[in-house]
Write a protein that binds this ligand. Structure first.
Ligand code: SF4
Length: 331
């Protein structure tokens, strides 16, 4: 018969896991599940956040990081992700939009001028792959030598991964989303094959536990935290799901800032990303709980109904600087 664990015993286990986390030792999946079960606002909660914060500040040498993303297009996307403003069930064909490449070039110049660390280009999953390569090659010419350039697009094979690299990309943001195949119409295996193609082409994979909603279990979160460790990745992130009106998952609501900070802290302590630990939506609490990286966004954004997200949900460069300064990350 299974022995019942008393509250005192449970407390001792959490204390030991927090102590282990504080020494920088590698955490197991079981450790992660214990930490994710900590009650928000409890004394252990603040120990967890403080431990992740201290470790991240040491590893990142107190430096905050700003990435910028330009969204190229908006059109009804067949992937039909239950949280996205661009899904075919929500986004009207007549509102389809492609950012003129000349405008994107000016945006890239402005972002580079404002000293962002890395630039991302994002498209919907159905944007033609050949067009994306041409578009990207134009933008790449505007980046200073050595600046990392990251693609965020639909699935692709090994051959296309090589072409992305030739177009100047150094990395790709690609994930197996929470609820992939259930809340999206994309097979999870296909997402993993694309991630393998990125790695095999010698590009850097950027990973994230996302989009986190209140219905996701600690087991589901742990799956993605430990998948990142398996690849491995040097830039990790966590992202909460934003309620976009009209989307399938809207009614589930959103997790709190406190919950996101806890997941951020656990992810940072488990993955220990070498280069950066990111958070969306950017907030000061996560920047005090292991995160040091946030995004500025321009043009289309799947979390926004506004096609110029810089005037909507997307953070401006000025705001990203202010957030990092508020949490005392250096630039
Ligand atoms: S999140 Fe990306 S893949 Fe999913 S519907 Fe939106 S644009 Fe398409």
């Amino acid at each position: 018969m299974k022995r019942m664990i008393s509250v005192k015993e449970e407390k001792t286990t959490v204390n030991k896991t927090l102590e282990k986390a504080g020494t920088g030792k590698e955490l197991t999946r079981e450790d992660a599940l214990e930490l994710l079960a900590i009650r928000n606002g409890s004394a252990d909660y603040y120990t967890l956040l403080g431990t992740a914060n201290a470790e991240a500040r040491t590893r990142f040498q107190g430096r905050g990081t700003i990435f910028a993303q330009i969204g190229l297009n908006a059109s009804p996307c067949p992937a039909n992700c239950g949280f996205c403003s661009l899904v075919k069930d929500v986004f009207k064909e007549k509102n389809s939009f492609l950012l003129p490449v000349e405008t994107a070039e000016k945006m890239a110049d402005a972002l580079v001028g404002q000293k962002v660390d890395e630039l991302f280009l994002m498209t919907t999953a159905n944007y033609p792959q050949a067009d994306f390569l041409e578009y990207a090659a134009r933008i790449h010419k505007h980046l200073p030598k050595g600046m990392r350039f990251v693609a965020n697009l639909g699935d692709f094979d090994r051959e296309y991964a090589k072409k992305l690299r030739e177009a100047g990309f150094t990395g790709v943001y690609h994930i197996r989303r929470l609820g992939e195949g259930r809340d999206t119409q994309l097979p999870p295996e296909q997402r993993l094959r694309t991630m393998d193609a990125v790695r095999d082409a010698g590009m850097e994979l950027y990973y994230c536990v996302e989009p986190i909603g209140p219905e996701h279990t600690a087991e589901e979160l742990a799956d993605e935290i430990f998948r990142a460790k398996d690849y491995p990745v040097e830039v990790m992130a966590v992202m909460k799901r934003v309620c976009v009106p009209g989307t399938k998952l809207y009614e589930h609501g959103e997790i709190s800032a406190a919950e996101l900070a806890k997941i951020c802290a656990v992810t940072e302590l488990c993955v220990k990303p070498k280069r950066a630990m990111g958070v969306h939506e950017p907030d000061e609490l996560c920047l005090m709980a292991g995160a040091n990286q946030i995004y500025a966004e321009v043009s289309v954004n799947p979390r926004d109904l506004n096609l110029s997200t810089e005037t909507g949900r997307g953070a401006s460069i000025a705001r990203t600087h202010a957030l990092l300064a508020a949490a005392e990350w250096k630039r």
